[in-house]
Design a protein around this ligand. Structure first.
Ligand code: PNS
Length: 160
């Protein structure tokens, strides 16, 4: 069966942890759509165009991965794109409650839509976009957190 999944997120900015999950998904499914969401609850540092560009430069070489901007409900976007499942990375047990709530909400809104959780690589369990922003703001070393090809742009924008 041809499988299309969506990896949604804010990706503000993309981290090595996100790339790990997207790469794992690309090995498991025929087609992976990385959906960069506007997310009105958050105030992103990077514009949606920048976030899409960072992702294209880091996962763009995976032949079955496509990066797009998304607005509105994930459940509706998944339907419009023909995605049968949402893929989310789980770093630790603390992620589970929020992720489970989202998965069940999305299934209520779109009964066809399942959520698949992929365990992140153990070396990224502490990592998040917020950590990257916080460390870089204070001039700390983020070279172990973000891909080398976009490191300088991210660091120079975030450094206080
Ligand atoms: O990277 P994030 O910030 O954890 O991603 C959260 C995201 C974008 C997946 C989530 O906020 C989302 O699905 N936003 C779209 C709006 C929506 O569908 N809300 C209802 C789901 S609870």
């Amino acid at each position: 069966m041809h499988s299309t999944v969506i990896c949604p997120g804010s990706f503000d900015p993309v981290t090595l942890g996100h790339i790990d999950v997207i790469t794992r998904a690309s090995r498991m499914f025929d087609r992976v759509i990385v959906g960069v969401f506007v997310n009105g609850e958050k105030h992103p540092v990077f514009s949606i165009e920048e976030r899409i560009d960072f992702l294209n430069r880091t996962v763009g070489d995976l032949s079955n991965v496509k990066v797009i901007g998304c607005d509105g409900l994930l459940a509706q976007c998944a339907k419009d794109l023909g995605a049968s499942a949402v893929v989310r990375g789980l770093r630790a047990v603390s992620d589970f409650e929020y992720e489970f709530q989202m998965a069940l909400t999305n299934r209520k809104l779109n009964p066809e839509l399942d959520t698949v959780f992929l365990a992140s690589d153990a070396s990224y369990t502490y990592l998040s976009s917020s950590i990257v922003k916080n460390v870089a703001y204070h001039g700390g070393d983020i070279s172990n957190f973000v891909p080398a090809c976009i490191h300088d742009e991210i660091f120079n924008r975030l450094r206080h």
